[in-house]
Design a protein around this ligand. Structure first.
Ligand code: TA6
Length: 290
């Protein structure tokens, strides 16, 4: 289907009724719904769906920069480009598609590529929706240049919350057990939110939980190849300064971004890097039973 700028969007569905919507603009996931049709990702009511800016919300791909510290545009250019659908993407593990609905996207440098990052790369993104409604994003960056290059990467992920003041963030031990739904152990007290937050947690655990107490929903975020986690909420003052964000909307969102921010990733010619993010939204009662 096309959005109102004529840019293609792909809808993934599973048999239980969960869905995800991916835009070719930026390879951005702009919606993820559970089998009850509830939206799990935040999108601003003031979001601008217009090139060359990323829509405020969903999950945007930040590459080859994260944040605003280099000569490249904020969060890199990948989220502002039009990606293509790749029908014959190089294979990943079979498990990555078994029983899943998925789409493979590709971004390569075009003719008007930014002078500030003149490298030969291929950036692949597979977005898949599993039968249990879990959403997975797998990104692969390949150096097709004669010279090494370095980059940062992030999945800028806006989770939808009922109330930020009723939200906690926890890191979880025993991530494999959690993700196989056997058992998990909480580490220390949950982080709560009372003011603006913009932090990079370095070398963070690979499994993180965000608890929406009011909705009794827990988001479980599992990452691989992404050592850091960026946690962001603009709070009241910054919200008012953003034109594509409602004044009160900071109460209904939290960005928790699996990322490689502190140390850049370097690829030699021919090398490939993979960064994976998996999101689950489960009833909190389910978690406390384990
Ligand atoms: O999530 C971290 C962050 O880079 C923040 O520092 C803040 O600037 C935010 O993202 C805004 O992202 P935007 O989508 O406006 O570029």
């Amino acid at each position: 289907i096309k959005d109102w700028n004529g840019i293609d969007q792909v809808v993934l569905r599973n048999p239980q009724g969960a869905s995800a919507r991916v835009s070719l603009h930026g390879g951005q996931v702009i919606s993820w719904r559970n089998d009850l049709g509830e939206e799990l990702l935040f999108s601003s009511s003031k979001a601008i769906f217009k090139s060359p800016k990323a829509m405020r919300g969903g999950i945007s791909i930040c590459f080859p920069q994260f944040g605003n510290c280099g000569s490249i545009e904020q969060q890199g250019f990948a989220r502002n480009k039009i990606w293509t659908i790749e029908d014959d993407a190089p294979p990943l593990l079979k498990n990555d598609i078994r029983g899943k609905s998925f789409i493979d996207l590709l971004l390569k440098p075009g003719e008007e590529e930014p002078k500030c990052w003149p490298h030969g790369f291929e950036l692949r993104l597979r977005v898949s929706l599993a039968s249990d409604g879990n959403l997975a994003l797998i990104s692969r960056v390949r150096n097709i240049n004669g010279k090494p290059f370095s980059f940062l990467f992030g999945y800028h992920t806006y989770l939808s919350l009922s109330d930020i003041s009723e939200t906690g963030l926890e890191t979880l031990d025993y991530l494999d057990n959690l993700c196989q739904r056997e058992r998990f152990t909480e580490q220390g007290d949950a982080l709560t939110f009372e003011s603006e937050v913009d932090r990079v947690y370095l070398s963070s655990p690979n499994c993180i939980a965000v608890l929406d107490h009011e909705r009794k929903r827990t988001y479980v975020i599992r990452k691989e190849g992404l050592p850091d986690v960026v946690v962001w909420n603009p709070w009241e003052k910054k919200s008012k300064a953003m034109t594509d964000f409602g004044d009160e909307e900071y109460k209904q969102m939290l960005c928790v971004d699996g990322a490689a921010v502190e140390k850049s990733i370097t690829l030699k010619p021919g090398e490939e890097w993979t960064g994976r993010l998996e999101l689950a939204a489960v009833p909190s009662s389910f978690c406390s039973d384990y």
